[in-house]
Write a protein that binds this ligand. Structure first.
Ligand SMILES: CC(C)(COP(=O)(O)OP(=O)(O)OC[C@H]1O[C@@H](n2cnc3c(N)ncnc32)[C@H](O)[C@@H]1OP(=O)(O)O)[C@@H](O)C(=O)NCCC(=O)NCCS
Length: 173
C-alpha cells in the first residue's frame, strides 16, 4: 500500500502506543484467556509506567506502522540486555508485532517485519528471533512465510495461565 510507512515512536507518543498496545492485545488474545488473566497482563505489562521505561531503554526500539496519519500497528525490538532471553549469537528480538484486526492483510505486518530485518542488518545481528504462543497459528504462519524456523520453547506466564511459547529464528548469516 503506497501510503504505508514505518516510523520510530518517540516518548511524546506514549499515550497512542499504550492505546494501540491494549487494543491489539485484547483483539488477539481475549477470546482465549480469562478476563482476570487478561486484566493482570494489561495492568502489569502495558501500564504507562512500564511502557515509558521500555521506550526510554536505549536497547529497545518501538515503531508505528502508519497508514496516512493513523497508527495501525506497532513493533517492539530488543537488543543486547533488553532481550527477554539471552542468545548465544549476536541477536535482535522481535518482542511484539501487532496490527489492528481491521488492517491485517494489507502488508503492514510485513512492513514492520522488514523494519526489524533492516535493524538486524544495521547492528550485524546473526539471528532475528521471537517467541510466539503455540496456539497463535496465524502469527506462526506469517513467520514461516518469512522463513523463520523453530529453535525451542519456553513458558510464558499470562496471569495464572502458564502458556508454551515456540521460539523461532531467522538466520542472517
Ligand atoms: C501476524 C501479523 C503481524 C501479520 O501482519 P499482517 O499485516 O496481517 O500481514 P501482511 O499483510 O503483512 O502479510 C505479509 C505476508 O504474510 C502472509 N500472511 C499473513 N498472515 C498469514 C497467515 N495467517 N497465514 C499465512 N500467511 C500469512 C501474507 O499472505 C503475506 O504474504 P504475501 O506477501 O505473499 O501476500 C498480524 O496478523 C497480527 O497483528 N496478528 C495479531 C497479533 C499477533 O498475533 N502478533 C504476533 C504475536 S507473537
Amino acid at each position: 500500500m503506497s501510503n504505508l510507512d514505518v516510523i520510530k515512536i518517540s516518548i511524546s507518543e506514549l499515550p497512542q502506543l499504550q492505546h494501540l498496545s491494549k487494543v491489539t492485545f485484547i483483539e488477539t488474545f481475549a477470546a482465549y484467556n480469562t478476563h482476570e488473566d487478561m486484566q493482570e497482563y494489561l495492568n502489569n505489562n502495558l501500564s504507562i509506567e512500564k511502557l515509558s521505561q521500555e521506550l526510554q531503554n536505549p536497547n529497545s526500539e518501538f515503531y508505528f506502522a502508519k497508514l496516512g496519519e493513523s497508527s495501525i500497528g506497532y513493533l517492539k525490538l530488543n537488543m543486547a540486555h533488553a532481550q527477554t532471553e539471552p542468545q548465544e549469537q549476536k541477536a535482535l528480538e522481535i518482542e511484539r508485532i501487532y496490527v489492528l484486526k481491521e488492517f491485517q492483510g494489507i502488508k503492514a505486518g510485513q512492513a514492520l517485519l522488514n523494519k526489524a530485518l533492516e535493524k538486524a542488518h544495521t547492528i550485524n545481528a546473526e539471528i532475528l528471533w521471537l517467541a510466539v504462543w503455540e496456539k497463535n497459528k496465524n502469527a506462526i504462519s506469517f513467520y514461516k512465510k518469512n522463513k523463520f524456523e523453530d529453535f525451542g520453547s519456553h513458558i510464558f506466564q499470562l496471569g495464572k495461565d502458564a502458556q508454551t511459547d515456540i521460539l523461532m529464528k531467522l538466520d542472517l548469516i
